[in-house]
Design a protein around this ligand. Structure first.
Ligand SMILES: [Ca+2]
Ligand SMILES: [Ca+2]
Ligand SMILES: [Ca+2]
Length: 302
């Protein structure tokens, strides 16, 4: 396969006229990694015209070629493009170097920003097998929000990041950073050779922060604080899809919560992220995936 430069046109996003040229046409994000290479999730290649006989150049595909254009979650963004955005614009996820229960994966939702045309929201939910800090529990979900301008390459296209630790508890702490006027610049770590905003997970509790100092000052709620990991997380990532149009409804059979990835907690198996109910002893993922608290106002960014 020749390395091709993939040109991503986001005309479907509405007013966004610009196309962004993104290199690295790598595999569609780091999807679960649990499926055999042939069966990519989401791209159910309906074998209507599987005439592989004269498969000339890959650009033969017509305008309605299902492979690249499928939008099974109906948000107007081709699902393959959502996976590419997640892989390219995902933050530097920093799990504490001495975390005692670090097994995790990322469930994300990408959709047009509800208020700003041409921009994309990414809900970034880090699901851990355990919270092993004070008052620990099986299952742990830690959500962050990211606003992306896909007309700019990453990381410049990452306009803002918000993390909310211990949401709706007395320990709640909201930290936001970004490149818009008036925002605090994000702390960065080197990912793919560039400086990406960091989301810190506190040791054992996994409270999420974009600011390391705020985390480490939270001695009562996040004993052990935050530290920059030597490398960003490479955990599997799965696209949740949209409300009423899921791309995944079982994180064991179509995700990363399974024995293959080392998960053992029976209470977390066959979890449907869109079904109301808690992820083990943690929160309701179906509510987190639509939580407006993570939608950041980036109108100050030109
Ligand atoms: Ca879509
Ligand atoms: Ca979506
Ligand atoms: Ca936690």
């Amino acid at each position: 396969m020749l390395q091709k430069k993939t040109v991503l046109c986001l005309g479907l996003l509405g007013a966004l006229a610009a196309c962004s040229a993104v290199s690295e046409p790598d595999k569609p994000a780091s999807t679960s990694g649990t499926e055999p290479p042939g069966s990519s999730s989401g791209t159910t290649s309906s074998s209507s015209s599987s005439s592989s006989s004269s498969s000339g150049s890959p650009t033969d595909a017509g305008p309605d070629a299902p492979a690249s254009g499928d939008d099974l979650d109906g948000d107007g963004i081709p699902d393959a493009l959502e996976a590419k955005i997640a892989a390219d614009y995902g933050p530097y996820l920093s799990v504490h170097p001495s975390d005692g229960c670090a097994r995790h994966g990322v469930l994300y939702r990408i959709a047009p920003h509800p208020k700003e045309k041409g921009r994309v929201m990414m809900w970034f939910d880090v699901l851990f097998e355990k919270d092993c800090g004070a008052n620990g529990h099986v299952g742990d979900d830690e959500m962050s929000g990211i606003v992306i301008d896909p007309s700019k390459p990453a990381p410049a296209g990452i306009l803002a990041v918000r993390a909310i630790s211990h949401q709706n508890t007395p320990c709640q702490s909201i930290t936001t950073c970004g490149s818009c006027p008036g925002m605090t610049a994000c702390s960065t770590g080197t990912k793919s050779g560039a400086a990406f905003p960091v989301i810190y997970m506190s040791k054992d509790k996994h409270g999420s922060y974009v600011d390391k100092g705020t985390c480490s000052n939270s001695i009562i709620c996040d004993f052990g604080g935050c530290a920059l990991a030597a490398a960003p997380s490479t955990a599997p990532m799965v696209n949740a899809g949209e409300p009423g149009k899921p791309l995944v409804s079982n994180l064991t059979t179509a995700g990363f919560v399974n024995a293959k990835n080392g998960w053992t907690e029976a209470a977390l198996m066959n979890f449907d992220p869109w079904k109301a109910g808690n992820f083990g002893g943690a929160g309701d993922v179906s509510k987190d995936l639509v939580d407006d608290a993570f939608v950041i106002d980036t109108t100050a960014c030109k």
